[in-house]
Design a protein around this ligand. Structure first.
Ligand code: MRU
Length: 393
């Protein structure tokens, strides 16, 4: 598809932006030419190249599009911990493929599944995906004539990927209902094709809004300290041809005060039974700001991110990451040597600050434990008691 045109339409009639006449752009609808994003963030390799999992190395984006090949579970666990592969839904897919990899290699499969599930503690999809693949492996292994467990785990991983792609499309369709015409949307972290087998969660809604001609501007929080917004969401937005601007996280307050944000939409790493949402650190602050400025705050996530076995926000394990992620930038120390740092990867937003949660099953509004239970009732909890003991690394 062609690149986004620098022209706008009003009631179907195309006109050029004309500042001299003081034309009010707020009443005009952008012409959209949304390009397909199509970023394969993960690829399974069958023999002879595999069995292996090939990951687009998200730590090197946008400067470099390179891949990391994981032919064993320790390499995959390392890639997960370094954020080569990241984002809740894709972690679910990667976790399942990792279990299949272990099984096809003849490794100790339950031990491999536990190592994968414990690699990052907050995004519940990781343990969920690993658990589903392990259960498929064990079912096959325990059934005479059912075939090798490795193939069953691989089939389960493929099914999880297909389900995630379908969920992403449904989330986009449901989320579009919440986007007003001419919306200026603020998002945080990265929630597009890089974190999903489809077009993502919150970013899938943004894409749907752009295709529908409802998106006037995407505001992208840079998302300190690892800059998933500036590096990855801006990369995806540019590829899609979306008009976007990156802002320092601390600028969101004045942007909202200036009336420049109509909707905030983010993803989630875990949604507890009471509707509390863990997501990239900074999300809670945005929700507080949104409430103060009367801006709707919406969370988009697949049902696989809903964890009814975690009762509330306080029970969500929050991953603490290396202080160097805060005290260094691009390999350079930016604080005095040996400065301590507080570096939680996520924070928790209470349901009272969330306008709606969008899943593939529809829009949950208001966000209450009862509504969530009804919506997520079908989700099988396969997250075993895999330790989040090493939350502090
Ligand atoms: O530490 P990351 O980069 O894995 O954090 C990712 C996020 O917080 C995303 O917002 C979340 O996983 C939702 S992705 C659809």
């Amino acid at each position: 598809m062609g690149s986004r045109a620098a022209s706008w339409s009003a009631g179907g009639e195309v006109c050029q932006e004309d500042a001299a006449r003081g034309r009010r752009l707020a009443n005009l609808r952008p012409l959209t030419h949304t390009r397909g994003v199509n970023i394969p963030a993960l690829r399974w390799l069958d023999p002879p190249a595999g069995p292996a999992l090939e990951l687009l190395d998200q730590t090197r984006l946008p400067a470099q599009e390179s891949v990391v090949r994981c032919a064993d579970v320790p390499t995959l666990v390392d890639a997960i911990q370094r954020l080569v592969v990241r984002g809740a839904p894709l972690l679910g897919v990667a976790g399942a493929y990792g279990v299949a990899l272990a099984a096809l290699r003849g490794d100790d499969v339950p031990a491999a599944a536990a190592a994968i599930a414990g690699a990052r503690p907050t995004a519940v999809n990781l343990a969920w995906g690993a658990g589903r693949a392990l259960a498929a492996y064990e079912r096959a292994a325990g059934r005479p004539g059912a075939g090798p467990g490795g193939l069953a785990a691989l089939a389960e991983a493929r099914a999880i990927a297909a389900e995630d792609a379908a969920a992403s499309a449904a989330i986009a369709a449901h989320g579009l209902e919440l986007v007003p015409p001419g919306a200026r949307i603020l998002t945080h972290c990265n929630t597009g094709a890089l974190v999903s087998a489809g077009e993502g969660t919150a970013f899938a809604v943004v894409l749907a809004a752009h295709r529908a001609g409802r998106l006037a501007r995407l505001w992208v929080d840079e998302t300190r300290p690892l800059l998933q917004g500036a590096r990855l969401t801006a990369y995806e937005a540019a590829r899609a041809g979306i008009d976007h601007a990156v802002l320092a996280d601390g600028a969101a307050a004045s942007l909202m005060a200036a009336g420049q944000v109509d909707l905030v939409i983010t993803g989630a790493d875990r949604i507890a039974a009471d509707g509390s949402v863990a997501n990239k650190v900074g999300t809670y602050g945005l929700a507080v700001l949104a409430r103060h400025h009367d801006v709707p705050f919406v969370v988009a996530a697949p049902v696989s991110t809903v964890d009814l076995s975690t009762p509330d926000g306080a029970a969500i394990p929050v991953e603490q990451r290396s202080p160097q992620e805060v005290t260094m930038m691009a390999g350079q120390l930016v604080a005095p040597a040996a400065t301590a740092a507080y570096n939680p990867a996520f924070d928790v937003t209470p349901p009272s600050l969330i306008t709606a949660i969008v899943t593939e099953r529809g829009v949950l509004k208001p966000v209450t434990a009862g509504n969530l239970r009804d919506l997520g009732a079908g989700q099988e909890q396969i997250c075993r008691s895999w330790a989040a003991a090493d939350v502090e690394r």
